[in-house]
Design a protein around this ligand. Sequence first.
Ligand code: GUN
Length: 283
Amino acid sequence: MTAEVINGKELSQSLRNEMTEEVSQLKEQGITPHLTVILIGDDPASKSYIRGKEKASYETGISSELIELPSSTTEQELLSQIYDLNDDNNVHGILVQLPLPSHIHEQHIIEAIDPKKDVDGFHPVNIGRMMIGKDTFLPCTPHGIITMLKSRQISIEGKNAVIIGRSNIVGKPVGQLLLNENATVTYCHSKTKNLVDHTKNADILVAAVGRPNAIDDEFVKEGAAVIDVGINRLDDGSLTGDVDFDSVKEKASYITPVPRGVGPMTITMLLKNTIKAARGFHQ
Ligand code: GUN
């Protein structure tokens, strides 16, 4: 079997075209969706993500502002900045780029953001709403993954979904969203024994391992849908995923590439959440 490639860039483009229309309608009502991004320090990978977010916002008509703070910023200074943004009625979405310098407690920052402006979907209130299946801001990468599966009518109900990775940003929430769609979900991680025994059982396999080409065809069931969340930069500057694309493509029924896979979908879901926030969604 040769897999169908789910191109996240193309899917993103068609979704963003619809969003551009939505934004122009909101503007006619006097609302310009506004996203404020905070970047602490000068991590090159973070800067590159942020450029992508700014470009996509601009193209969709969303106003975005970047607040760059030095890596010496204290937790208290960052919290004050967030409180100001929480109180600013012109700001609909707040995103603090992670990771943060080690002297700042990530969870304190996430919990300081008003849940109504939490376009990342990381605040415990929004995570809780997601867990009970209530409408909320869904975390962007997991939401992008579900959107990719649905775009190809890949059925989720009753399927075995196996997630490799258990981060708060990707692994845990994507498992929850698949469970909400009635999949049978297995989480694998660094302490999992006999990883292959689990992954070979997966109708839907989500790889968020963080190691280039870690998952080859030996891990994959014939006909599976394989979603590659990895973004690994190699020494030659090129990007590669966690999945060995060439071997897995011959065994899976669907596969997402890197680049042009999950990455653009994450940004598209951020735009979606920003529009949702501007519409005054929540509680
Ligand atoms: N760092 C890597 N991915 C993300 C993301 O989706 N949101 C934020 N805030 N930081 C990130």
